[in-house]
Design a binder for this molecule. Sequence first.
Ligand SMILES: C[S@@+](CC[C@H](N)C(=O)[O-])C[C@H]1O[C@@H](n2cnc3c(N)ncnc32)[C@H](O)[C@@H]1O
Length: 248
Amino acid sequence: MFISCRSSSSSKIWITRQMRDKYKKKAVAHNYRSRSVYKLIELDQKYKLLKPGNVVIDCGAAPGGWSQYIAQKVFLDNIEEKNSSVADDDDDELMITNGKEKQAEQEKARSGLVIAIDLLPILPIHGVNVIQGDFTHAPIQKKLRDLLKDRKADMVVSDMAPNFSGQHLTDHVKSMDLCEAALSLSDQILKSEGSFLCKFLMGGTEEEFKKQLQERFKQVRYEKPDASRAKSTEGYYMCLGYKSNKND
Ligand SMILES: C[S@@+](CC[C@H](N)C(=O)[O-])C[C@H]1O[C@@H](n2cnc3c(N)ncnc32)[C@H](O)[C@@H]1O
């Protein structure tokens, strides 16, 4: 009896929080599958990460919000054209230039490749290759490399989160293991100057991990996007300018 009272009141709190959450509302309004997409959007706007024609690997992608946004940017899908031209009707020269630029962008977009990986199934997203399985398992990483063929990635993102055990230290360690796995894959497939974004749960060892990142990337920044709940211990490392050129 006591348990059912508590669980119904915590469900009410959860429902109220979801209803009030502006990112949840925005995600529903824009047909994104997760509110967490707004974390990636904020970082993409800040660092200008995603470009037409990029090769991007999305680790821990279900239900697919990040992949939806990545696909929009890489394949120029569903991007409204309202910002593309401010030419007057009779400004032919500018219109031709804009037309050529647009054509070139669309040409580039056709060469894009997006691969999404998760333990859970992901409903199809136009243009996105989905691999279902454990990212840390060798056969899953082989599938990924097979899809890449000889191409290298412009960006690897990881929003992977372990199943929460309720024990903060255990969850922290599992989360850092996922980060290490994503970094180790990046070492094999990332282009020189490529980017890496990964989520982690704070708990003490993230500073050690940051040092590994600093050895490999020109810039490493800690980020806590606005859509990341203040109470959550999650944070992100945004890494730019992969230093090695051994993968090119
Ligand atoms: C916070 S969700 C990702 C949300 C996603 N970015 C979006 O916008 O829809 C974290 C995901 O990490 C996945 N995950 C955790 N461990 C994983 C692993 N070892 N391999 C693949 N996916 C994993 C979980 O299944 C979960 O779907």
